[in-house]
Design a protein around this ligand. Structure first.
Ligand code: NDP
Length: 359
C-alpha cells in the first residue's frame, strides 16, 4: 500500500513558523571545519582524543542546527570546567549490565556523551534481546542539548527518551529558593518517510543558556521567566543570573515534571541532586555534575506493525488541526541550510575559535 505524504520529509513544516538565528553573521563555516577547530580546542584543554571527537561533533552539531545556547557559546564553560579539573576530560566510564535491560554507567566525573558512546554496544544488545534498554548514568557532566542523545536512535527505528538534571537554578512552583536544575528532557521517535520527530526542552520556562544570551544582548526576559535573589518576579536576565533563579514551565504541573526529571536523572541513577553541586573548589567551572537517564524502546514490541506510520498520521493531524510546526522542524531547517551554505557565524567568533585552537 502506498501512503500519500502530506508534507515534505524535511523540514516538514511551515518555514514562517520557524524562528531563525538572530545575531549578525559574517561568515559561513563547513561542519567538518568547525568540528576540526573544536576538536583541537578540546585536545588543547586536556581531553582524550575519544572525548574531544565526541564533544566536537556534538557542539558543532548544536551550532549547525541553531541550538545556539548549546553550541560554540558553551566553549568557555567547557574550558573553565576542564581547566579547573572540575570535570575529567580523560575519564573512562565504567559500564555495568545489571540485568538484561538495565545498564548502569559510572561516567567517573567525565562528560555524559562519551559515557553513552561507550555503552552503545550494551544498549543495542539490550534492545535487541529485551525490546528496551534503561541506561542510568551517574557522575556525568551534561552541558549540551539533549537531541543528539536521542535522534540517532529514532533514525534506527527506535524510540528514545532521556532526562538530565543539573545545577540548582530553578525554583519549584510557589517557592523562593532554587532546587531544580533546568532539568531538560528529550524524546525521539521514527516517523514513516520523514525525519524523526524530536522534542527537546528544558522544564524551566527558559534554558539557562538562553537567559545568558539575553543578558549578553541586554534583552529583557518575558514576564514569568524568573525571580531575583530575593525571590521576587524579575524580567532582568542579569538579576536572574546574579543569585536569582528561573521558574518551571506550566505552573505546578511543569514543576512536578521537573521533580520527576530530578528523581529519574539525579536519584535513580545514583547521581547527584541539582542542589548538591558545589563549585567552591573549582571557581569558574560551569558544567553541572549530575546524572542522566536514557530509555530506548523498540516500538515493534508494542504490537503495532506500522508504528512509524501511526506517528506520521498523528503528525499530519496536528498540522491539519492548526499546529504551526512540529518540534524539531526549526533545527532540521537550520541543518538543511547549513549543509547547503555552511554554518553562519560572526567573524569575531570564528577568530576566537581559531585562536583557541592555535590555528
Ligand atoms: P525551546 O523552548 O526552544 O524548544 C523546546 C522544544 O519545543 C523543541 O523541541 C522545539 O523544536 C519545540 N518548539 C519550539 N517552538 C515550537 C513551536 N512553535 N511549535 C512546536 N514546537 C516548538 O527549548 P528550551 O529553551 O526549553 O531548551 C533549549 C535547549 O537547551 C534544549 O536543546 C535542551 O536540551 C537544552 N538544555 C540542556 C540542559 C543541560 O543540562 N544539558 C539544561 C536545559 C536545557 P525546535 O528545536 O525545532 O525549535
Amino acid at each position: 500500500m502506498t501512503r500519500t505524504l502530506r508534507r515534505p520529509p524535511t523540514p516538514f513544516l511551515l518555514s514562517a513558523a520557524i524562528p531563525m538565528r538572530h545575531e549578525h553573521q559574517d561568515v559561513r563555516v563547513k561542519f567538518d571545519a568547525l568540528k576540526s577547530l573544536l576538536l583541537q580546542i578540546f585536545l588543547k584543554h586536556g581531553t582524550s582524543a575519544f572525548v574531544a571527537d565526541i564533544l566536537a561533533e556534538n557542539c558543532a552539531g548544536c551550532e549547525r542546527d541553531g541550538a545556539i545556547s548549546h553550541g560554540i557559546f558553551r566553549i568557555p564553560g567547557y574550558l573553565a570546567s576542564l581547566d579547573t579539573s572540575w570535570v575529567d576530560g580523560k575519564a573512562e566510564s565504567e559500564v555495568s549490565v545489571i540485568s538484561p535491560s538495565f545498564i548502569r554507567i559510572d561516567a567517573r566525573n567525565g562528560f555524559a556523551q562519551p559515557a553513552l558512546a561507550v555503552a552503545a554496544e550494551a544498549i543495542n544488545a539490550a534492545v535487541k534481546e529485551t525490546g528496551i534498554a534503561v541506561v542510568a548514568t551517574r557522575n556525568s557532566h551534561h552541558f549540551s542539548a539533549l537531541w543528539p542523545d536521542v535522534e540517532p536512535f529514532a533514525r534506527r527505528g527506535l524510540m528514545a527518551i532521556t532526562f538530565v538534571n543539573g545545577l540548582a537554578n530553578v525554583v519549584p512552583h510557589g517557592g523562593r529558593a532554587p532546587v531544580y536544575g533546568t532539568n531538560p528532557l528529550a524524546f525521539a521517535t521514527p516517523v514513516a518517510a520523514a525525519d524523526p520527530l524530536v522534542v527537546d526542552q528544558a522544564t524551566s520556562v527558559m534554558a539557562n543558556g538562553e537567559v545568558r544570551l539575553h543578558a549578553l544582548a541586554n534583552k529583557k526576559l518575558p514576564a514569568g521567566t524568573g525571580v531575583d535573589a530575593q525571590g521576587k518576579p524579575s524580567n532582568d536576565p542579569h538579576a536572574v543570573l546574579a543569585g536569582g533563579a528561573l521558574n518551571t514551565f506550566g505552573g505546578y504541573k511543569g514543576s512536578s515534571i521537573a521533580l520527576m526529571v530530578e528523581l529519574m536523572a539525579g536519584a535513580l541513577t545514583g547521581g547527584q541532586l541539582s542542589v548538591e553541586n558545589d563549585f567552591a573548589d573549582c571557581v569558574g567551572a560551569q558544567t553541572p555534575k549530575a546524572g542522566q537517564l536514557l530509555i530506548v524502546i523498540d516500538p515493534e514490541r508494542g504490537g503495532n506493525n506500522d508504528f512509524a506510520g501511526r506517528v506520521s498520521v498523528l503528525c499530519d493531524r496536528l498540522i491539519d488541526a492548526g499546529q504551526e510546526r512540529l518540534p524539531g522542524a526549526r533545527r532540521y531547517e537550520n541543518r538543511r541550510q547549513a549543509e547547503l551554505f555552511g554554518i553562519p557565524m560572526s567573524e569575531q567568533k570564528l577568530l576566537e575559535l581559531q585562536t583557541l585552537a592555535g590555528s
